[in-house]
Design a protein around this ligand. Structure first.
Ligand SMILES: NC(=O)c1ccc[n+]([C@@H]2O[C@H](COP(=O)([O-])OP(=O)(O)OC[C@H]3O[C@@H](n4cnc5c(N)ncnc54)[C@H](OP(=O)(O)O)[C@@H]3O)[C@@H](O)[C@H]2O)c1
Length: 251
């Protein structure tokens, strides 16, 4: 029986995947904000300490996006905190537990190979000036590409396979946190054009049944994203890992 930890496993895509894997016989630990506030470095570290000591699959699906710039109690912009810092920290802290498994996998749900937009704002990672939800989300997507790109280089002897996965537009209910009229517009677009969380979960469960053998894979739904793209630049990845190590150590 596999042990699968899913952050963001209480609703949306992560919730549907948790249900599916549980029904298939996996032991699933589903994490939502009631279990730990993953915008907090301290709570994320404490969570890692109480998770199982052998984990076959870590699914990083927690996300929260806001039209206003929200700063966490530790001084981080919320999107950056949950989407970048939190994922970096969990992948690092759970590495020993993952490496006790036969075929460990990190599955990171992100915007890889998506809209060709966004960049890392190296001089203003917390987006103190000119914040928009789009800018924060796109910076998060690019940063997650670098988290994947840098993982193998950072952990050269690890057997962990890292999969970046863009589920494309899914009617997950994520729009619930937006203000009107955007909530209604995005909700209507998701209902019309988005795939269901059940369909997204079916694809992810199939992927986890036979995970790619490579150390790093990036997929846009099922389609491979070439790792030669600039989003996976190794020197930028190393730079991000250094910055995140400093930020988490100081938090
Ligand atoms: N939906 C899409 O179209 C789409 C497209 C591309 C990529 N993605 C990516 O897929 C992932 C999942 O998206 P989704 O649409 O399924 O999201 P969702 O329906 O909004 O679910 C978000 C999940 O994150 C958890 N969460 C939020 N804030 C948290 C916090 N502070 N601490 C701990 N957990 C927290 C929520 O738990 P609670 O139970 O506490 O609310 C919930 O389980 C995201 O990373 C997103 O970037 C989604």
């Amino acid at each position: 029986m596999r042990t699968v930890v899913i952050t963001g496993g209480t609703r949306g895509i992560g919730g549907a995947l948790a249900d599916k894997l549980r029904r298939a016989g996996d032991r699933v630990v589903a994490i939502g904000s009631a279990d730990a506030d993953l915008t907090s470095v301290r709570q994320t570290s404490a969570l890692a300490d109480r998770l199982p000591d052998k984990i076959d699959v870590l699914v990083l699906a927690a996300g929260r996006f806001d039209q206003r710039r929200i700063v966490t109690g530790e001084g981080f912009e919320q999107t950056f905190a949950i989407y970048v810092l939190g994922r970096y920290l969990l992948a690092a802290r759970l590495r020993p537990a993952l490496e006790r498994a036969q075929t460990p996998v990190i599955l990171n749900l992100s915007g890889t190979g998506g809209i060709r937009a966004g960049r890392i704002h190296w001089d203003d990672l917390q987006l103190a000036s000119g914040y928009t939800m789009f800018k924060a989300t796109m910076q998060g997507a690019r940063a997650n590409d670098l988290l994947g790109a840098g993982y193998a280089a950072h952990n050269p002897n690890s057997p962990i396979r890292y999969v970046l996965y863009n589920p494309l537009f899914v009617d997950s209910g994520m729009h619930r946190q937006l203000r009107q009229p955007m909530r209604a517009l995005v909700g209507a677009a998701a209902a019309l054009f988005g795939s269901s969380t059940a369909d997204a979960a079916t694809l992810l469960a199939a992927l986890l049944a036979e995970p790619p053998a490579a150390r790093l894979t990036a997929l846009r739904r099922g389609a491979p994203v070439p790792l030669t793209r600039p989003e996976f630049d190794q020197s930028a990845a190393a730079r991000l890992y250094t910055v995140l190590a400093e930020l988490t150590a100081a938090a």
